[in-house]
Design a protein around this ligand. Sequence first.
Ligand SMILES: *[C@@H]1O[C@H](CO)[C@@H](O)[C@H](O)[C@H]1NC(C)=O
Ligand SMILES: *[C@@H]1O[C@H](CO)[C@@H](O)[C@H](O)[C@H]1NC(C)=O
Length: 245
Amino acid sequence: MFFSKPIPLFLLSISLLCSCTVGTDDPLYHICFSPENFTSSSPYRNNLNDLLGILSTKVPPTGFGTGSSGSGQDVVYGLGLCRGDVKSDDCKTCVVDAGQELQARCPTSKGAIIWYDNCLLKYSDKNFFGKIDNKNKFHLLNVQDVDMDFMEFYQKIKDLLGVLAEKASGTPILYASGDEKLNKTSRQTLFGLAQCTRDLTAADCKTCLDHAISDLPSCCYGKRGGRTVGASCNVRYELYPFVNV
Ligand SMILES: *[C@@H]1O[C@H](CO)[C@@H](O)[C@H](O)[C@H]1NC(C)=O
Ligand SMILES: *[C@@H]1O[C@H](CO)[C@@H](O)[C@H](O)[C@H]1NC(C)=O
């Protein structure tokens, strides 16, 4: 880790507003999104365990992987993604923790997703690969206001993240990070990141990122940091460096 977060207070803005302290290794959020439950004696449980094992070996080497286990009614599909700058050891730790934590938090839900700073993990009884997930997303923000004109700041964010969205969707790993000086006189630098899950096409990645960027004002207008964190893509900006380069 480069810098610890200077401001540990984040607001989570979905329907609920929770002010939570988020440590680097704690989950950011999770959703048990499937209305369908499985029972402890169901083959789904074993298939899910099997899938989590597959993902914990498949994801770390490249930072992304999909898998499935079982057949018929009891098939389970899953996906894991680590942030583009995360090393394979840390990726593995994150994916393994994510699997355990998600099973504890959503013990009977057939579909669930969990996010960390370093990774996301999702599984479902429906094959969701290659489709943009517009439902499972949330925002995080730094509650402090920026000390410049909000509109001007938002324009900078849009410019930087727009460039990163273009760049990310043009690379095989669908990830880009970068930074930009706020202006010639300011010593402040804006840092950004854009990333998609690699089951998406380049075009869908771009679509997903564009939506994620246009969602930012609703949560984070005038704020020093903000993120749209989705199941298919995410964008983030901060006034401090947060990725390892
Ligand atoms: C699944 O379990 C949850 C929580 O226990 C419950 O609210 C929900 O109604 C259940 N769904 C079905 C389809 O039985
Ligand atoms: C440069 O940024 C500072 C804040 O960092 C702001 O107060 C100032 O108005 C900006 N200047 C220009 C020319 O945009």
